[in-house]
Design a protein around this ligand. Structure first.
Ligand code: NAD
Ligand code: TYD
Length: 341
């Protein structure tokens, strides 16, 4: 197969590209990425010289570029990871999210339609379902939960999902969609909770916990997410949605305290700051369909996975340092300046 992976220089996309390149030497993996602030070619170092791997810089919302690329590469499959992904950025500037997440997706769908691409997979998120109350631990998101997005980010992802489903129904496009819970693991950009807290704790800086820290996220290791996507792309039912999650719910405060304890840092570093507007309370995935239909089983549990992840950041401080020495300091000052209470 010739597989175009979009957003393959980001956190999850780069782990997916590495997995596909190593697992399927007979396939060709074409990584299409715009290299926004979140794209980092250092994430691809372990496979960059492999014969079945190719990187192309470009924008999924640039119609001419995308159509030329499809003509040239004639892909058998497109896996769309490319997106603006940070909720806090979407609160400040929703427009980029509409352009990449919605228009980028429709551009790829149009190209798949034009070139009769045999398979399109949309990497989506559980955030499209909105949130669950904290006092109902019995509730989980299933594939039939109605879309009820809260943030500009999740609204753009929900909109993209609806276009994917509409192209399946209207044009018969062979699509699948996966909706995953929060990922953690190697190569995550330090604007997201876990790498942000690790990098700040290592430097004895304050850890900004939004609100009371009681919001709950359902954490899945990035490698388990990528294996699930591979299963869905190869064996999933065309037109279907699959939820991905491993029943690893934790409050944000639990996660931050685990990081501090593992690094041997004091809890006095925790600083409660102003809450995120519209902050989703709880995400929790029911992954039964994926487990029963496709036999997916996660290999990591959070308690061991988080410690391995922390160790990865300790062992790869150069990787973090290259990011922190760029525009990142300006980002942090700008994003957190109004949060101090
Ligand atoms: P990320 O922000 O780390 O990476 C996004 C990548 O997309 C970057 O390499 C960036 O350069 C690229 N990109 C952005 N705009 C582009 C454009 N217009 N054209 C081409 N490339 C572009 O994101 P991530 O955390 O790896 O998330 C990947 C996908 O998984 C996203 O679709 C996201 O919605 C979804 N997802 C993420 C999580 C999570 O916890 N991180 C959970 C569920 C689903
Ligand atoms: P994040 O990693 O941004 O993922 P998402 O909002 O997509 O779930 O945030 C995870 C949780 O951590 C979320 O409830 C917001 C919270 N959070 C903080 O408390 N402080 C921070 O500095 C960040 C970035 C997030």
């Amino acid at each position: 197969m010739r597989i175009i992976v979009t957003g393959g220089a980001g956190f999850i996309g780069s782990v997916m590209v590495q997995y596909l390149v190593n697992t399927y030497p007979e396939d060709t993996i074409i990584n299409l990425d715009k290299l926004t602030y979140a794209g980092n070619l250092e994430n691809l170092k372990p496979i960059e010289d492999k014969a079945n791997y190719k990187f192309i810089r470009g924008d999924i919302a640039d119609r001419k570029f995308v159509f030329d690329l499809f003509e040239q590469e004639n892909p058998d499959c497109v896996i769309n990871f490319a997106a603006e992904t940070h909720v806090d950025r979407s609160v400040k500037n929703p427009e980029d999210f509409v352009r990449t997440n919605v228009m980028g997706t429709t551009t790829l769908l149009d190209a798949c339609k034009e070139f009769s691409t045999p398979r399109y997979h949309q990497v989506s998120t559980d955030e499209v379902y909105g949130d669950l109350p904290l006092d109902r631990p019995d509730l989980f998101f299933t594939e039939n939960t109605p879309l009820h997005a809260s943030s500009p980010y999740s609204a753009s992802k929900a909109s993209a999902d609806m276009f994917v489903q509409a192209y399946h129904r209207t044009f018969g496009l062979p699509v699948t969609i996966s909706r995953c819970s929060n990922n953690y693991g190697q190569y995550q950009f330090p604007e997201k909770l876990i790498p942000l807290m690790i990098s700040r704790a290592l430097n004895d800086q304050e850890l900004p916990v939004y609100g009371t820290g009681t919001n709950v996220r359902d954490w899945l290791h990035v490698e388990d997410h990528c294996k699930a996507i591979d299963l869905i792309v190869r064996n999933g039912k065309i037109g279907d949605v699959y939820n991905i999650g491993g029943h690893n719910e934790r409050t944000n405060l639990d996660v931050v305290k685990t990081i501090l304890e593992t690094l041997g840092k004091p809890e006095t570093l925790i600083k409660y700051v102003k809450d995120r507007p519209g902050h989703d309370r709880r995400y929790a995935i029911d992954p039964e369909k994926l487990e029963k239909e496709l036999g997916w089983v996660p290999t990591y549990n959070f308690d061991t996975g988080i410690r391995q992840t922390i160790q990865w950041y300790l062992d790869n401080q150069d990787w973090m340092q290259h990011i922190l020495s760029g525009d990142y300091q300006t980002y942090f000052k700008d994003m957190y300046k109004d949060r101090v209470q």
